[in-house]
Ligand binder design. Structure first.
Ligand SMILES: [Zn+2]
Length: 478
């Protein structure tokens, strides 16, 4: 059974989804804090998204259907933790001499292109903050009604002195905030540490009408609003980078729980930061990389994926070019074994060694990932399997052994996402590939009705699908 370290309770817990508990449906709701589209995402951001992707694939491997929402922040994320900073979108717009909407459009496109390159599974929804201002206003009204928020001079603040749960995620108590003076004192706030839900600032380019006059929403409120709209008042999993834990996620909890009176998130998962050559990434140190800057050096996006996933998410990852080279080498080993399996000459009297190796390594692989995404254990099982495949191929293998070995490699690859791409043969469109993946999942949980519906849908696109010992075989209908 899958165990995840919950940053809320600070311990590993057995994972069971809410719907599984209620009606035995293997459905998971998952919210992933997405990018602020004022610039290209950097490899540290990508690591955090990749861990969410790995978790999702592990859940799918375990037979869950995952409803994942990843937001696009295109307003309200300030350059500092307080409201005294500038909106990152507006700052970028000023710098580039464009309007913030153009900036958002450009970097949203860049973001989608990046995550496609590193093979992130598509989220169910990618809602934009600016499309959900109405929903945010509704929650703010509820918070005022419930006594958790107040209006002052056209801005609205969350009154932290009223929310007893403050600090339960990050451990930051109100007293610490005052001592650390993390926020700038604005005279209109009741308490210096109250954070803004709605901000009045006539010089801000993006403005919306609200019951408190023209203004724009704070950053934290968007995630409460979009998570609630698409996934309900209580969600199973919320992921994000460690730097989002405070104040962003702590504030999300305060807003959501203040509005609904219900637990907001059951499992919080935080990804530790990334170092480059052992140092914190920063533009001034010249060790700050976007995906394209790494790819321009000749590395493949698969190697970036491999390296960014290869350290456990609760340890800081040291990104180096030596590490990328090692990742390329490991991928080449995997590809080579795959190719050799596909061109193997079968022996009628092949041994049974590969059956044993496939079973044992798959069990080890699954056991490792079920243990709070122990990626080192999973990669060790995969690479060990590759070694055993090579040995078996030298000794001679039967057709059935090859089939099982290929199927096992594909299962592992489906979770790690390195892309053996068996379906590439004959250029199957993305749309069909998606349906096939969904159908594979339906079959795994023995939902034959859904599998049949998906087959019908695939056929509507002019393809036929056949279930073989090797898995699904898809062909274009003649
Ligand atoms: Zn968020």
């Amino acid at each position: 059974m899958l165990e995840i370290y919950n940053s809320l309770t600070k311990q590993k817990e057995k994972f069971q989804s809410l719907s599984e508990k209620k009606n035995k449906k293997k459905l998971v709701t998952m919210y992933t804090c997405g990018p602020t589209v004022y610039d290209y995402v950097h490899i540290g951001n990508l690591r955090s998204f990749l861990v969410a992707d790995l978790l999702r694939r592990v859940l799918e491997f375990e037979g869950y259907k995952v409803k994942q929402v990843m937001n696009i922040t295109d307003v309200g994320h300030m350059t500092s933790d307080s409201e005294s900073g500038e909106d990152k979108m507006e700052a970028a717009a000023r710098r580039e001499k464009k309007d913030p909407w153009q900036i958002a459009e450009f970097f949203t496109k860049a973001f989608f292109s990046d995550i496609k390159k590193i093979n992130l599974e598509k989220a169910w929804k990618y809602p934009k903050a600016t499309d959900h201002v109405k929903e945010m206003i509704k929650i703010i009204e509820k918070l005022i009604k419930n006594g958790y928020a107040y209006e002052a001079n056209g801005s609205v603040y969350f009154d932290l002195s009223k929310f007893s749960g403050w600090g339960k995620l990050s451990g930051n108590k109100i007293e610490d905030l005052i001592a650390g003076a993390r926020v700038e004192v604005l005279p209109e706030k009741k308490n210096p540490y109250d954070f803004a839900l709605w901000i009045k600032n006539p010089s801000h380019v993006m403005q919306w009408n609200s019951p408190w006059g023209k203004g724009y929403p704070g950053w934290h409120i968007e995630c409460s609003a979009m998570s609630m709209k698409y996934l309900g008042e209580t969600i199973d999993i919320h992921t994000g980078g460690e730097d989002n834990k405070f104040p962003h996620h702590e504030s999300e909890i305060a807003q959501s729980e203040g509005a609904t009176g219900k637990q907001f998130v059951r499992f919080w998962l935080h990804v530790k930061h990334l170092l480059v050559d052992g140092e914190k990434m920063s533009k001034s140190k010249n060790n700050f990389y976007t995906l394209n800057q790494v790819l321009e050096k000749g590395f493949s996006p698969r190697a970036v994926r491999y390296l960014l996933l290869s350290t456990h998410y609760r340890d800081s990852l040291n990104f180096t070019f030596d590490g990328l080279n090692a990742a390329e080498k490991n991928l080449a080993k995997i590809d080579e074994a795959w190719t050799k399996l596909n061109s193997a000459v079968y022996k009628s009297d092949g041994g049974a060694e590969l059956f044993r190796a496939a079973e044992k390594n798959l069990v080890d692989f699954e056991a490792a990932l079920s243990d709070d995404l122990n990626i080192s254990g999973a990669l060790a099982a995969l690479l060990n399997f590759i070694k055993e495949i090579n040995t078996a191929l030298t000794a001679g293998v039967s057709r059935d052994e090859v089939l099982i070995a290929k199927r096992t490699l594909l299962s592992m690859d489906g979770v790690l996402g390195f892309g053996l791409e068996i379906l590439k043969e004959g250029k199957i469109p993305e749309k069909i590939k998606k349906l096939l993946v969904e159908r594979e999942q339906a079959r795994k949980i023995k939902d034959w009705k859904r599998a049949d519906e998906l087959r019908a849908e695939i056929e509507e696109f002019g393809y036929t699908v056949e279930d073989t010992a090797e898995g699904q075989k898809v062909k274009k209908r003649n």
